[in-house]
Design a binder for this molecule. Structure first.
Ligand code: A3P
Length: 294
């Protein structure tokens, strides 16, 4: 049963201060992203893993389709990620070069890999999520995703996350680097928690950032079809058709909980104190605050 098999190579490949996933990313190909030409109409969604990538993909797709969720399902693709692909995944960079506009892409990459041309053209949406919830969501995702090593237990994963010994880099480095380049490009910086607390305003902000003109009714449809409750039912937003050798569907759903503060069900008091200490040290010069629970 492929669903039960962890058939993939879980090796992380360190590359210029960033860890790529063997088999999913090719370091030489990732380096070529830097040289891509950028069009005014290009949009990159940038996230640290588990910060709401699929949610932003859903909102962008709905904005493109003017709120018509049926139009998305008719596009006959497996997942939101087939419609708005990761630029760094093998094969996707080549497709980007010749793709018709608007080219909507997502990336988990660090800033240094991205084309400098983004400072002249194109748009970037950075979605940040409070890192305690990111850690918990990432823990469950490691059980689900066969290209990532299944953690022994939560404590082991906690240590790995704090060391940045996961795909990519440490959460702190990612958010700080991108945030410090906020004014070098046309960037909308938005948090997962803002989106949870007021999805309507978030969608309006995203829509106007992208220069979209939707009617109130169309905007209401975008909001309606991007709530957690409704996305949970949409196969494309759930990777449901992604084969079991990539996502172990027996382990749970991609759309897991979608809340703020689930870390409180997982962190010990000691882990929380340690986390707060690191957060304070790493973020003390950054004017960024997060909502930790509601
Ligand atoms: P949880 O595991 O905490 O539930 P990414 O797409 O970057 O991998 O992020 C996945 C996380 O975003 C998961 O978090 C998922 O449930 C959550 N998510 C996706 N769509 C959401 C929505 N519409 N509302 C709230 N959370 C959502």
């Amino acid at each position: 049963d492929l669903n039960d098999a962890k058939t993939h190579n879980h090796e992380l490949v360190p590359h210029k201060g960033f860890k790529l996933i063997s088999g999913t990313h090719d370091p030489e190909d990732v380096d070529q992203i830097y040289n891509l030409e950028i069009r005014d109409s290009d949009v990159f969604v940038v996230t640290y893993p588990k910060s709401g990538t699929i949610w932003m993909q859903q909102i962008l797709l709905l904005l493109e389709m003017k709120g018509d969720v049926m139009a998305i399902s008719k596009l006959n693709k497996f997942s939101n990620a087939d419609l708005i692909p990761w630029i760094e995944v093998n094969g996707n960079r080549q497709a980007f070069i010749t793709a018709p506009s608007p080219r909507l892409r997502v990336t988990h990459l660090q800033h240094q890999f991205m084309p400098p041309a983004l400072s002249q053209r194109g748009k970037v949406i950075y979605v940040a999520r409070n890192p305690k919830d990111v850690l918990v969501s990432y823990f469950y995702f490691h059980k689900l995703a066969n290209m990532l090593e299944t953690p022994k237990d939560f404590d082991e994963f906690f240590e790995k996350f704090m060391r940045g010994d996961v795909f990519g880099c440490s959460w702190f480095d990612h958010v700080k680097t991108w945030f410090s380049h906020k004014d070098d490009m046309n960037m909308l910086f938005i948090t997962y928690e803002e989106m949870i607390q007021d999805l309507q305003s978030a969608v309006e902000r995203i829509s106007s950032f992208l220069g979209k003109e939707l009617t109130d009714e169309q905007l209401a449809n975008v909001v309606k079809h991007s709530t957690f409750k409704n996305m949970k039912k949409i196969p494309q937003a759930n990777y449901e058709q992604v084969p079991g050798d990539l996502l172990n569907h027996h382990q749970g759903r991609f759309m897991r909980k979608g809340t703020i503060g689930d870390w409180k069900n997982h962190f010990t008091v000691a882990q929380n104190e340690m986390f707060d200490k690191v957060f304070h040290k790493e973020m003390k010069d950054f004017p960024l605050s997060f909502i930790w629970d509601i």
